[in-house]
Design a protein around this ligand. Structure first.
Ligand code: NAI
Length: 462
């Protein structure tokens, strides 16, 4: 029987990062993966392929919308969909191969197959047993269906099917104005599909700062998105051609129907614990199907840890990675820690949306005396040159000590800009610290500095 110090179950961003960190810390480690390629949802059917298609569709759309404004005259470009899909597949392959290389470099044993627990020191994979002192469950999540309606991944699709459609649809209904719905909707909207979003709440990106939700909806409407908010989808039926979606307007209780070629169900994801036979080890699962852990990611069975989407908290690759590193450190006898107050979240639309820390409403509800500094990208010279000045930077700080408590951005490269504020928050910085830091001109990041200035003495360019 093969014996290891630690076995990580799952090779997504949580699992593979944890395995590498364990190896770097001198722990004899194996990683089990059931899928043929490494990288989990994020690399194979999530973050990476969607970013590839977002990039391709953005360039296509940009060439139509903006090239001639800059004096670049081209014949109207056209989309070669199958080539676009193979570009996406190449990006997946390059990234998954990269993990294979890192596993070899760090001498991590890869076990191919689905793991199930025999007891708290043993798993079985393809009928063979493997032992370890510690296990890390990083088995991720899967898309939730609506009212148990099955995804055929052709007409009724999850994000996985949406990355592989046979052709670009004329009309697409997207259920859910969350991250997946808006990112996938953006891809197809830019490629010419009519996008109609149905959302249960009265806003997009529910849970984000209210200014973000409000402004982002109007930006997307200008891009051609149609919205039916406060609408609850009750049924999806396949038609001879396409699909019929029935939804209820929550205020009036009116039932309506919409037709499209494809419906994307983006109503959230649920933990993936199939095959694991957790009942054999007594690991506690909560009513949402998530594996419960203590603050050190130990499950109710002490030598078994759980990280990432299979546990409570935001389903974000980088949150899983942080947890993977912390757990590896704990297993290696070090202190592992994650600051959950400073986990950024990014929506990779155009413009991007990024957020860190608390929202204005959350802080008000907590009774904290806050000040808010906002700066529009209208006042940012660089944003104008790239035709992307419809967003803003909003910085929120404690009125008593000027400490930064949150930031919310819609704008060009928002997903990169947010990290300046993450670092500032990690160091307990004030808005004055940010405002007194010299920012290169002309950069998008000047808008962050201006928003910090707006929290105090006032922005220069507004
Ligand atoms: P989500 O939870 O972000 O959004 C789902 C939306 O669907 C909610 O607004 C909800 O109100 C709505 N909804 C649910 N049932 C409905 C119904 N019957 N009728 C109408 N609307 C309904 O889930 P999403 O977008 O599927 O994403 C899943 C997870 O993946 C999230 O945790 C997300 O953070 C993560 N993710 C993160 C990405 C990123 O960081 N860029 C990219 C993709 C996914």
């Amino acid at each position: 029987m093969d014996k290891f110090d630690a076995i990580v179950i799952g090779s997504g961003p949580g699992g593979y990062v944890c395995a590498i960190k364990l190896a770097q810390l001198g722990v004899n480690v194996a990683c089990v993966e059931g899928n043929a390629s490494l990288g989990g949802t994020c690399l194979n059917v999530g973050c990476i392929p969607s970013k590839a298609l977002l990039n391709a569709s953005h360039n296509y759309h940009n060439s139509i919308e903006n090239f001639s404004k800059m004096g670049i005259e081209v014949e109207r470009p056209s989309v070669n969909w199958s080539k676009m899909l193979s570009y996406k597949d190449t990006m997946i392959k390059d990234n998954t191969k990269g993990i294979e290389y890192l596993f070899k470099k760090n001498k991590i044993t890869l076990i191919n197959g689905w793991a199930s627990f025999v007891d708290n020191n043993t798993i079985s994979v393809n009928g063979k047993n493997f032992e370890a002192d510690h296990f890390v469950i990083a088995s991720g999540s899967e898309a939730t269906s609506l009212n148990d309606i099955k995804f055929d991944e052709q007409v009724i699709v999850s994000s996985t099917g949406a990355l592989e459609l046979k052709k670009i649809p004329e009309k697409m209904i997207v259920i859910g104005a969350g991250v997946i719905g808006l990112e996938m909707g953006s891809i197809y909207s830019r490629l010419g599909t009519e996008i109609t979003i149905l959302e249960f709440y009265d806003k997009v990106l529910n849970g984000m700062d209210h200014d973000i939700s409000k402004n982002f909806k109007s930006i997307l409407q200008k891009q051609g998105f149609k919205f039916h908010l406060s609408s609850s989808v009750s049924n999806i039926a396949k038609e001879k051609k396409g699909v019929k979606v029935t939804y209820e307007e929550r205020e009036s209780n009116n039932l309506n129907e919409l037709y499209a070629d494809v419906v994307l169900v983006a109503t959230g994801r649920k933990p993936f614990t199939e095959n694991l036979k957790l009942e054999n080890i007594g690991v506690k699962i909560n009513p949402k199907g998530q594996i419960e852990t203590d603050k050190n990611w130990r499950t109710t069975t002490k030598n078994i840890f759980a990280i990432g989407d299979v546990t409570p908290g935001p389903m974000l690759a980088h949150k899983a990675e942080e947890e993977g590193i912390a757990v590896a450190e704990i297993i290696a006898g070090q202190a592992g820690h994650v600051n959950f107050e400073v986990i950024p979240s990014v929506v990779y639309t155009d413009p991007e949306v990024a957020s860190v820390g608390k929202t204005e409403n959350e802080l008000k509800e907590e009774g904290i005396d806050i000040k808010v500094g906002k700066f529009s990208f209208m006042g940012n010279g660089r944003a104008k040159t790239v035709f992307s000045n419809s967003g803003f930077v909003k910085v929120i700080a404690d009125s008593n000590n000027d400490r930064i408590l949150g930031a919310h951005i819609i704008g060009p490269a928002a997903g990169d800009l947010i990290h300046e504020i993450c670092v500032a928050m990690e160091f307990g910085a004030s808005t004055e610290d940010l405002a007194r830091t010299c920012h290169a001109h002309p950069t998008f990041s000047e808008a962050v500095r201006e928003a910090a200035l707006a929290c105090g003495v006032g922005a220069i360019h507004s």
